[in-house]
Design a protein around this ligand. Structure first.
Ligand code: PAF
Length: 291
């Protein structure tokens, strides 16, 4: 695997490749979830000659003023080794000065109905930061395929919409969430948890599983409507908060666009997803479960 730090070198390297790459953008501090995305990209390209490119860049634009930009773990050497073992061909790891040589005044602003809800409601500007850097990385890498984890469910949807509306010739693939044996979704931020918090953290997926069971029960009793959903969401958030969590949201939405399903859609079996974000001590965790 080649590690490349500049746009010029990356462009020169990719110009030699027989086909456009498959791309996995990351912020580093890699875990098995990221490596599964690399393996998925490897499988998608098959023997087409497309190289698999990963990027590592902690993108200041997507962090709020009180978020963890400064403390976000930077572990480039270890990450490079893991990427090489997982079958990555090129690691692109630009410095901030390389990717943002001037303050990034031109931004990609996603539509409010998708970016001001859920994560966007609690992290203003987050999806503008994500779309701006991903669009820029797409322009640099010019991939034909890009893979993003389903753990960041809303991010995946926002990026799919960006690619569709901007007519970018890139096939976006979602990678399944990898979980620890107790069910906790793998995340770079799990490293912030104390031992006691790590033991408690499993309650986030347990809560989503409870929501899934309750939605399933209401559905089989033909009693699933917006009011029932609201009751289930409120109970789920309260259960976490009683255990000492500070919950931003537990919400059941339509899988296709993350909007609230109507009563008619609920009665007709609309595919749903439950999304949650909650803080345990200083660590904010997110997860989701398709229902
Ligand atoms: O999911 C992430 O790690 C980041 O949001 C991404 C897509 C690499 C953009 O910085």
């Amino acid at each position: 695997m080649k590690t490349i730090h500049t746009l010029a070198e990356l462009r020169a390297e990719l110009a030699q490749a027989p086909a456009a790459p498959a791309f996995v953008p990351t912020m580093g501090n890699l875990h098995d979830g990221h490596l599964a995305l690399i393996r998925q990209a490897r499988e998608l390209v098959g023997d087409s000659g497309s190289p698999v490119v990963a990027s590592i860049f902690v993108n200041r634009l997507q962090f709020g003023p009180n978020e963890d930009f400064d403390t976000y773990p930077r572990t480039l050497e270890r990450d490079a080794q893991l990427l090489a073992e997982a079958g990555c061909d090129i690691l692109f790891a630009p410095s901030e000065a390389e990717l943002y040589p001037q303050p990034q005044g031109y931004k990609v602003v996603p539509p409010a109905e998708l970016s001001d809800i859920l994560e966007g409601a609690f992290r203003p500007g987050f999806f503008t930061g994500v779309c701006t850097v991903v669009h820029k990385l797409f322009n640099i890498v010019q991939p034909r395929i890009a893979v993003f984890g389903k753990k960041d469910y809303q991010q995946l949807m926002v990026l799919r919409n960006m690619v569709a509306q901007m007519a970018l010739p890139i096939a976006i693939h979602g990678g399944e969430t990898l979980r620890a044996p107790d069910g906790l979704a793998l995340s770079s931020r799990n490293g912030y948890l104390s031992e006691a918090e790590r033991a408690e953290a499993v309650q986030l997926i347990n809560t989503l599983r409870t929501v899934k069971a309750q939605v399933g029960a209401a559905r089989s009793g033909q009693q699933l409507d917006q009011a029932a959903i609201a009751r289930i969401e409120t109970k789920a958030a309260a259960a976490l908060n009683e255990r000492g969590w500070q919950t931003d949201y537990v919400m059941v939405r339509r899988q296709r666009d993350l909007m609230l399903p109507t009563d008619a859609e609920l009665a007709q079996g609309e595919p749903l997803v439950c999304l949650a974000a909650s803080r345990l001590g200083k660590t904010r965790l997110i997860d989701n479960l398709e229902l």
